[in-house]
Design a protein around this ligand. Structure first.
Ligand SMILES: [Zn+2]
Length: 159
């Protein structure tokens, strides 16, 4: 038995914040505003996983009104969500993602992102897709004011 899930997230890019994507600190002059570390790649993956098991969304599990999640590392949130996935009897088959940002270029960090996320997800590096698109200079992403990510996942019921 298989389940698919879709996730999406967007964060404003602001000065004075670190840019964290896929659990990796990316050198950049702007970072993602947000209650946690603002890791929009992980947040999109979390919503895809929660969606696949119909277990709500990231805002319900980690509300930004809860001081426990202030500056929380999104890798820790992802690990908690994987506990939910496993409790429901599923394992991850693969995850695919698209990061939409005008800058920075993420190609040099794909390996580091896989090194962080794949052990948490319980998948091989070849089972995590990471793709990057620009917004062709259009809209809030194109002007560099925001970064967004789309994610899909396929889960398999454990025997
Ligand atoms: Zn987010």
């Amino acid at each position: 038995m298989y389940r698919i899930g879709i996730g999406y997230d967007l964060h404003r890019l602001v000065p004075g914040r670190k840019l964290v994507l896929g659990g990796v600190d990316i050198p950049f002059h702007l970072g993602a505003a947000g209650h946690s570390d603002g890791d929009c790649l992980i947040h999109a993956v979390i919503d895809a996983l929660l969606g696949a098991v119909a277990a709500g969304d990231i805002g319900g599990h980690f509300p930004d009104t809860d001081p426990r999640w202030k500056d929380a590392r999104s890798t820790d949130l992802l690990a908690r969500v994987m506990e939910i996935v496993r409790e429901k009897g599923f394992e991850v088959v693969n995850v695919d993602t698209v990061v939409v940002a005008e800058a920075p270029r993420l190609g040099p960090y794909h390996g580091a992102i896989r090194d962080v996320l794949c052990p948490i997800l319980g998948i091989a590096p070849s089972d995590l897709g990471i793709k990057a698109k620009t917004a062709e200079g259009l809209g809030v992403i194109g002007e560099g004011s925001a970064i967004a990510c789309h994610a899909v996942t396929l889960l398999r019921k454990c025997a």
